[in-house]
Design a binder for this molecule. Structure first.
Ligand code: SF4
Ligand code: ZN
Length: 314
């Protein structure tokens, strides 16, 4: 990022960041304030969280989720919210422990309750064990994601919250939109509706950072000097997503604001898209949780794991 030669357009102090798509030049303090204000506006525009509500914040321990916890903490007193940090320990040796430690110390510093649930406690196996076999059809992240979403729901239930905020930013959002298009997966677009609720995951999910660029969230974490985990999960497999990310970043450099335009287009498309049929949920035959086919995705994958993995191994 080149250092801008002009001063902050709000207060006149030394410039820190130029928001190319809007032409704003901001000092460090006004930049941080702008992120809090943008988040406040997104929450209010989409009615994401109501006054006085108890909100779960999904905190993995990375820069995005720790930034979200900080911003929500700054907004909570005006909104009467009570916050609970929710973390999931998937059980990845040498990776997740550090992230959970960052989440724990930030929650402690802010005086926020912290609930941690592990795959081992919930499902009887760690992610290391669950992925220890060949021939899986789903990628490690889609496989793991099924268990993660359930774990967040369980943590939310334990904490007594009906809404969970996740740190997905505008880049995540437009990448997912593009990937659904490229996969011909239009029926999954509903997930991107800001007010979407899924039968299988009954806790309301909201994305307060969904109108903020990823680079601005990263810069916020840097400006607030948030200690976060920098190592990536060894199972992360992005495939097409990283190509889509590179392409969109190139477009943004050539045409500042293009990601914002794509975001607005995505919202338009989604608001006009009606799924062909409303799926009714039925209780899962194994665990009783809502499912679309009589066996929920968690129980289906658990069966697969039990068939392929000897879980008595440590
Ligand atoms: Fe799970 Fe993928 Fe996240 Fe690793 S990167 S914890 S495999 S979802
Ligand atoms: Zn089930």
């Amino acid at each position: 990022m080149a250092t801008p030669l002009v001063d902050c357009s709000v207060c006149g102090k030394t410039a820190f960041y130029t928001r190319r798509y809007s032409g704003e030049v901001l000092c460090q303090s006004c930049f941080k304030e702008s992120i809090v204000e943008k988040t406040r506006r997104t929450i209010s525009r989409y009615g994401m969280v109501h006054h006085g509500e108890k909100v779960g914040i999904a905190v993995s321990g990375g820069k995005d989720s720790l930034s979200l916890l900080l911003v929500m903490d700054e907004l909570r007193s005006h909104n009467g919210w009570k916050l609970v940090a929710l973390s999931v320990d998937e059980g990845v040796r040498g990776y997740r422990d550090e992230a959970i430690a960052h989440a724990k110390s930030e929650a402690e510093e802010l005086g926020v309750e912290h609930v941690v649930l592990s795959y081992k406690d919930l499902y009887g196996f760690s992610l290391d064990q669950a992925l220890g076999w060949d021939g899986r059809e789903a990628s490690s992240c889609s496989f793991c994601g099924v268990f993660r979403r359930r774990a967040i729901d369980e943590a939310a239930a334990k904490a007594g919250v009906a809404v969970v905020a996740t740190a997905h930013n505008l880049d995540d959002y437009v990448q997912t939109f593009m990937m659904n298009l490229l996969h011909g997966d239009v029926s999954r677009m509903g997930w991107l509706d800001p007010s979407y609720t899924d039968n299988e995951f009954p806790v309301r999910r909201v994305k307060p950072f969904m109108e903020i660029y990823e680079e601005e969230v990263a810069l916020f974490a840097f400006a607030r000097e948030i200690p976060f985990q920098t190592v990536s999960c060894p199972y992360m497999h992005e495939g097409l997503r990283s190509e889509v990310r590179d392409y969109l970043n190139e477009m943004e450099v050539k045409h500042p604001g293009m990601k914002n335009v794509l975001f607005r287009s995505a919202l338009d498309v989604i608001s006009n898209y009606k799924p062909r049929e409303e799926k009714k949920s039925v209780p899962c035959a194994k665990c009783g949780k809502p499912s679309s086919s009589g066996l929920c995705s968690v129980c289906r994958l658990k069966e697969e794991i039990h068939q392929h993995v000897n879980l008595t191994d440590p």
